[in-house]
Design a protein around this ligand. Sequence first.
Ligand code: SAM
Length: 352
Amino acid sequence: MGVKPLRGIKFLLKEEELGFFPSWERIFGRMSHLYFEIGVGNGEFIVEMAEKIKEANFVGVEVSKEVLRKALSRVEEHALSNVRLIHMEGTKALAKLFKTESLEGVFLNFPDPWPKKKHRKKRIVNQGFLYLLSNRLRINGFFQMATDHSEYAEETVELLKGIESFSPLWKEYLITEKEDFFPTKYARKWLSQGKRIYFIGVKKVKKIDLPEWVKEWCPLLKIREEEIALPIVNIFKGRPKLIFSELIKALKRSILYKSENYFIKILDTFYNEEALLLDLLVEEGIIKQRFFVKISPYAKEDYILTPYESGKPDPTEGVHLAMVLLLKKLKEAFQEFELKKSTCKEKFLRYL
Ligand SMILES: C[S@@+](CC[C@H](N)C(=O)[O-])C[C@H]1O[C@@H](n2cnc3c(N)ncnc32)[C@H](O)[C@@H]1O
């Protein structure tokens, strides 16, 4: 097996290092209009756009590492200092990487159509996505989508019409002829099969508040700015001394909580003499997080319960709830238990 060259690595940003709302000005070394492409594929489109508008900055995300490698290689070939790519899911990127009213334009070329009815909810475009998009666009900022799938196109237009911040970018919401159209790999594929391409375009003309249900749908949107950097830490006193081989019985693989909004599960438990590590799954809305939680001695009779350093979760409400549920289990496991410090949300701690 030949060794594959790794090209364009300097154009790649890491999701875990970016955190929330990175400074694009610092990353690109300049303040400029910011454009975002979801599902860059082999990178043809973002490269074409970045060549064309050199004075603007372009960020692209792609979920397939294999495909992203091709895009990185292409960006390097063209030596484009105004492009950065990330291995990241599009909706999550929209929520985490860009502040309200920060984007000039968002492109979505040939999103996976998930044609089977039972798979429709996997489509990236839905009402929540469009509200979030509208929030991230600046006034006069635009959204452009191309698809070969007529039903997906029509459904998107209907959803767009229902959001009052948008108006059509061209004379109609949907057009099938577009002069300045750049044929990406998938565009060429569908055109060679004689298929029609649908272009959808809207402009943000009005600010609107994000409806509350959108924040439930994407819980990252509920995290307040001051909570982002706050570590999730719980310190408690427990007596008699913890024996991890005993505690594992109370914290074994099981569903901790299941409701309409949350699914929280201990997937696995590991321990040695010094610590107990839980492999935790927290699902809420479209966000799924899997991370380790560590329980270890802190000082004297005190213990600490906190997400394990690597792969720290985003501090969503579900994560706060999960930590409090674990505290509850710990409380039951000790004869004497006293919570000394907690950065978890008061509304959950109340039930401890
Ligand atoms: C049909 S291809 C289109 C690629 C490219 N835009 C083009 O026009 O040639 C869809 C691409 O989007 C990526 N993708 C699918 N869902 C995604 C998501 N939620 N976030 C980011 N990328 C996604 C896929 O891995 C794939 O590369």
